[in-house]
Design a binder for this molecule. Structure first.
Ligand SMILES: [Zn+2]
Ligand SMILES: [Zn+2]
Length: 165
């Protein structure tokens, strides 16, 4: 068994090289343009901050960075930018952590699943097409109209397993 650094179906902007965050930002810009959305400087910078972060960031952490760069110190500055990104699928909200993370594949429509490390709070967005398909079928069988589903799975990340083992 080889210890493959990048198992298929998972993506992590923090671990897949510097070009990746850049590529994701380009995809996000493309998506915003295609939809006629305005990626204003503060929205764009907020997305960059999320992409640079190792894990998910709370709204106040984002606000601190925006404020340090002169974008304003009022909480709505960060909240409005984050809500915009989430609403348009460029970022996701992780409810368990009350935090936000950049979407790692903003060019596709998708339901997201997150692998959250209970020890270091790192977040990995997992491809979950099969999972969400099963969920849709279960909802259908129950006569339930499914609007959105975000799967938040908790466990230990590779780095923390290594530290324990
Ligand atoms: Zn996503
Ligand atoms: Zn961890």
């Amino acid at each position: 068994m080889t210890n493959h650094a990048n198992p298929s179906g998972f993506c992590c902007p923090g671990h897949s090289g510097a070009a990746s965050a850049h590529a994701i930002l380009a995809q996000a810009e493309h998506r915003a343009k295609a939809r006629g959305l305005r990626l204003t400087p503060v929205r764009r910078r907020t997305l960059e901050i999320l992409l640079d972060a190792h894990g998910a960031l709370g709204a106040y952490e984002v606000l601190e960075r925006l404020a340090a760069e002169g974008f304003g110190t009022q909480p709505p500055v960060a909240y409005r930018a984050l809500n915009f990104l989430v609403e348009h699928g460029l970022a996701h909200r992780i409810r368990r952590l009350n935090a936000f993370t950049a979407c790692t594949h903003p060019s596709e429509e998708h339901r997201a699943a997150f692998l959250i490390c209970a020890r270091c709070d790192s977040v990995t967005e997992a491809a979950a097409a099969d999972l969400t398909h099963a969920l849709s079928k279960a909802a259908e069988a129950a006569g339930f109209q499914l609007d959105r589903a975000t799967i938040e799975a908790v466990g230990l990340c590779r780095a923390c397993i290594g530290a324990t083992g």
